[in-house]
Design a protein around this ligand. Structure first.
Ligand code: SAH
Ligand code: SF4
Ligand code: F3S
Length: 464
């Protein structure tokens, strides 16, 4: 069993881990008391992620006592960060591996069975292939796939641990990306999400490599916009998404490709972090609130019917009441469709974690957090209500989690719509149009209009 914490990068690595285990003859299982192997793919972005892992590991001690053949493996960002510490704190862990040696997981498992507990952490320099796309992957769905275009991060946001654990930015060659997109399409995938920490700074490192090798081409740098265009043009791919872009590197070209390529979905995840210029500066985000809003207006003017979501941190060290008011103003002005909102969590080793004398009062932060949620939910509801009466195409995800008589689909804007199940099967991966009847804060309610493309068993799409 593979349990995943953290972001889409980890989701994608977990698909590979599950695929590798399956290739070795293991079957997925959801009951951990019955498992022969448990893999925890971890995250360390916030402190409670650390606590969760060590809590989960503590609980597994008993499982291991009951079943000495059970193997417990810990991978992901927390493993990359804590290394040997994991086995020091939880001696019953068999294998610790990092984010650069996911492909070694099953071999390490065999070694540990023979030789005892192992910790093996690589850096990017240890590997020839930072994009192990040839590994078997057991994808969560047949119709949608992640596609990594870049790993690591060259920024230095003062709150963030990612550059320390994931290393420097490495962009994948464009031809490899397009050929993976073609292979996915040939396997029946119709939706691709391009993954990276700063997808729109894609290619910076490739340009440096070209310059160093003496290349003089005018367009030395393959830009993210070109990549979107190329993947969006792959036959069979009906939907392209990407996450996350960085506002400071966003440009007109990307908006134009989004506007001009029907398969690139009208959704922009645009992480604001704070609306105060003082805080943004202390965070080293590289933009002001005005600049962020100007980029957002340009995006909305260029891309018809764009949905915008964001990430915001409350209680960054030194954030004053005034600073927070700016965040509320910018959030209200930006009219987000939804937001991931976080309470600042100090990560040892990051710049902000040392600013202990500027930490905010937790009670004050809690109050700010709930005021921010109110502003976000207000615009979300307004924007969702504004969709009532529209007919939108969705990809069917499956039965609604809360109502067996309904199906859930996802719109181009990345919103969930629940609608009554039609008679007869409508499999996940099918496309249909639905009329939006009601907008709620987190989702939409609708009714089926027409099936536009039916997915068969293996989600090979037959376009009607
Ligand atoms: N590369 C992405 C972010 C990846 S982390 C980007 O730059 O947008 C996802 C989100 O976690 C961040 O956008 C931020 O809002 C939040 N986050 C990161 N570090 C955090 C911390 N120390 N405390 C609270 N939230 C944090
Ligand atoms: Fe972290 Fe900033 Fe890099 Fe995003 S851009 S991963 S927030 S350092
Ligand atoms: Fe977490 Fe690592 Fe992603 S720290 S958010 S799993 S890059």
């Amino acid at each position: 069993m593979v349990q995943t914490f953290g972001c889409q990068m980890n989701e994608h690595d977990s698909e590979r881990l599950a695929g590798m285990l399956e290739a070795d003859g293991y079957e997925p299982i959801s009951d951990q008391t019955q498992a022969d192997v448990i893999v925890l793919n971890t995250c360390c972005i916030r402190e409670n992620a650390d606590n969760k892992l060590y809590g989960a590991l503590g609980n597994m001690k008993q499982l291991k006592d009951d079943n000495p053949d059970l193997q417990i493996m810990v991978g992901g960002c927390l493993a990359q960060k804590d290394r040997e510490l994991i086995q020091q704190r939880a001696g019953h862990v068999d294998v610790v591996f990092g984010t650069h040696n996911v492909h070694r997981a099953t071999a390490l498992m065999a070694d540990a069975r023979r030789d005892g507990p192992i910790t093996e952490i690589w850096t990017a320099a240890d590997t020839d292939d930072p994009f192990p796309s040839a590994l078997p992957a057991r994808r969560q769905t047949d119709y949608a796939a992640w596609l990594t275009i870049q790993i690591g991060c060259d920024n230095s946001c003062a709150f963030c641990i990612v550059p320390a654990v994931r290393g420097a930015e490495i962009s994948r060659p464009p031809e490899d990306i397009v050929s993976e997109a073609r292979r996915l399409a040939a396997a029946g995938v119709t939706e691709i999400t391009l993954l990276g920490q700063n997808v729109n700074s894609y290619g910076r490192d490739l340009a440096v490599a070209v310059r160093r090798s003496g290349g003089t081409g005018i367009r030395v740098r393959p830009a993210f916009a070109d990549l979107l265009l190329a993947v969006g043009g792959v036959e069979g791919i009906r939907r392209v998404r990407f996450t996350s872009p960085h506002p400071k590197d966003m440009n007109t070209e990307v908006y134009q490709v989004m506007a001009g390529t029907p398969s690139v979905m009208p959704h922009l995840h645009f992480p604001l972090q704070s609306g105060s210029d003082n805080v943004l500066k202390a965070m080293h985000r590289g933009y002001t609130a005005a600049r962020y809003l100007a980029k957002l207006s340009e995006a909305r003017e260029t891309i018809p019917d764009l949905a915008v979501t964001t990430d915001i941190i409350v209680g960054f060290p030194g954030e004053t009441g005034e600073d927070f008011e700016r965040t509320l103003e910018v959030a209200a002005h930006a009219e987000f469709d939804s937001a991931f909102t976080f309470v600042y969590s100090p990560r040892p080793g990051t710049e902000a974690a040392d600013l202990t004398d500027r930490f905010c009062d937790p009670a004050e932060v809690k109050d700010r957090y709930s005021r921010l949620r109110t502003v976000i939910e207000r615009s979300a509801l307004q924007r969702h209500r504004a969709r009532e009466g529209r007919v939108e195409e969705v990809v069917v995800e499956g039965p609604s989690k809360t109502d067996a008589l309904r199906l859930t689909g996802r719109t181009g804007q990345n919103k969930l719509v629940h609608f009554p199940k039609p008679e007869g099967p409508l499999r996940p991966g099918s496309y249909a149009t639905v009329r939006i009847l009601e907008g709620r804060t987190q989702y939409l309610l609708g009714e089926l209009v027409e099936v536009t493309a039916r997915a068969s068993h293996r989600t090979r799409l037959v376009v009607l």
